[in-house]
Design a protein around this ligand. Structure first.
Ligand code: 3HC
Length: 289
């Protein structure tokens, strides 16, 4: 178990809200910072809806939910993260956005012992560390969607991350949050996305070239390989924009064709078809919570 009890989250999207939920049900005090009142409202809907489903399913009592919610605050002011001991940045996969957040957190978070973590899938941790004056406390902590359900977390230290900070983060994620941790070097795609992204993009290329329908591609992998969901449904779950952004970052660094975004994926993102969160991707979704 770790000593972190005051947790901050920057970005209340799918991953940030999932992480905040995980923390409050594990007894931690959480402040979620989002850029606007609208994004706070969206994040609240997401998180409250997810907790409500847990209550409906009998996995969480209404009383435990209410208690968990007393530990949660939302803000549009990053300054409200000043007293946090551990902050997870979870803004969209855009390097400049993330650099700006790290530079701002460096100024705001008071304790020099605090850990500044990123949930990035693809941006070098060394680069995020350089946006601060405390690269030794900056670390990659990569969760998987849905955060509340999937057990794995990748832990990524940069060449400058302090070993003690790394071990403290490992104790927090593996002990307090009960996740299974694997260690990854600060390399493109870490472990999971280095394997996953080429697979997902291959499925999009297969659809694009008319080899098979979306449903058949997904059925091939769910029924033939026992994956919990097919690759196109998974792209919808992760978000087409996120998959494209991660693939772009990996392509820029490695120049490997397997990471090149297929035109179909790029056009769908341009058209606002972002997957489950936008109601339409390779499949259509009911957007009601
Ligand atoms: N919050 C809380 N619990 C949730 C949830 C959520 N958002 N979504 C699903 N669950 C729970 C359900 O309550 C259910 O639990 P129960 O069986 O105890 O009731 C369990 O998860 C299974 O959910 P469902 O029965 O609704 O549906 P499925 O059995 O189809 O499971 C799934 C859904 C968990 C999403 C499963 O299909 C799955 O694991 N898919 C693969 C997801 C995956 O590969 N994610 C990794 C994405 S890569 C990534 O995130 C990295 C990035 O960098 C790209």
């Amino acid at each position: 178990m770790s000593d972190f009890t005051r947790i901050g989250v920057v970005g209340g999207g799918t991953m940030g809200a999932g992480f905040a939920e995980l923390c409050i049900v594990n007894g931690l005090d959480v402040v979620v910072a989002a850029p606007t009142a609208d994004s706070v409202a969206r994040s609240q809907r997401r998180l409250f809806g997810s907790l409500a489903r847990q209550v409906e399913k009998g996995k969480l009592s209404a009383q435990a939910r209410d208690l968990a919610l007393t530990r949660l605050r939302f803000t549009t002011d990053l300054g409200d993260l000043a007293d946090r001991q551990f902050v997870l940045e979870s803004v969209p996969e855009n390097e400049q956005k993330k650099l700006d957040v790290f530079a701002a957190l460096d100024k705001v978070v008071e304790s020099p012992e605090a850990i500044l973590a990123s949930n990035t899938s693809s941006i070098p941790i060394a680069r995020l560390g350089r946006a601060t004056a405390r690269a030794d406390r900056v670390i990659g902590i990569h969760f998987f969607n849905p955060v509340q359900v999937l057990p794995l977390v990748e832990l990524i230290g940069s060449l400058r991350t302090d070993e003690k900070a790394y071990l403290a983060a490992e104790a927090f994620v593996g002990g307090t949050l009960g996740k299974q941790v694997i260690r990854s070097p600060d390399r493109p795609g870490f472990v999971v996305n280095a394997l996953l992204i080429p697979y997902l993009l291959s499925a999009v290329r297969m659809l694009e070239s008319g080899v098979a329908t979306a449903a058949d591609i997904d059925t091939a992998m769910t029924r033939g390989c026992a994956h919990p969901m097919g690759p196109l449904a998974l792209v919808d779950l992760i978000g087409l924009d996120t998959v494209a952004a991660v693939a772009d970052a990996l392509y820029i660094e490695t120049k490997e064709h397997s990471y090149a975004v297929p035109p179909l994926l790029a056009r769908m993102v341009d058209s606002g078809f972002l997957g489950k969160k936008s109601g339409r991707g390779f499949y259509s979704y009911d957007k009601r919570p």
